[in-house]
Design a binder for this molecule. Sequence first.
Ligand code: FES
Length: 110
Amino acid sequence: MPERIAIGQEADFVDKPVKRVDYETHRVVVVRIEGDYYALGDKCSHANFSLSEGEVYEAEREIECWKHGSTFSLLDGKPQSLPAVKPVPVYEIEVESGTVYLLIPEERQK
Ligand code: FES
């Protein structure tokens, strides 16, 4: 079973659509675009910099690493430009009664 972690209310994301979540060994960036939620591993696959500090390209559904400019697909975590070549992990989000939950897949739990 995935572990379900409450990470905030939907209203929080309306004002601030990008949020970094630290939970146990997981460091995740959660992005809300037009009511949809996306969640990726926050650590750039090129080096240890936070994607949550980068620019979000809503139309492309991508987030940019501010350090060297690689963009990552919010849909599948794959880099869309160099220098990063490896994907970052993708997480699922659920929303229930206005609360936003991050799902940690069983294989990635401690
Ligand atoms: S650290 Fe992210 S692209 Fe280099």
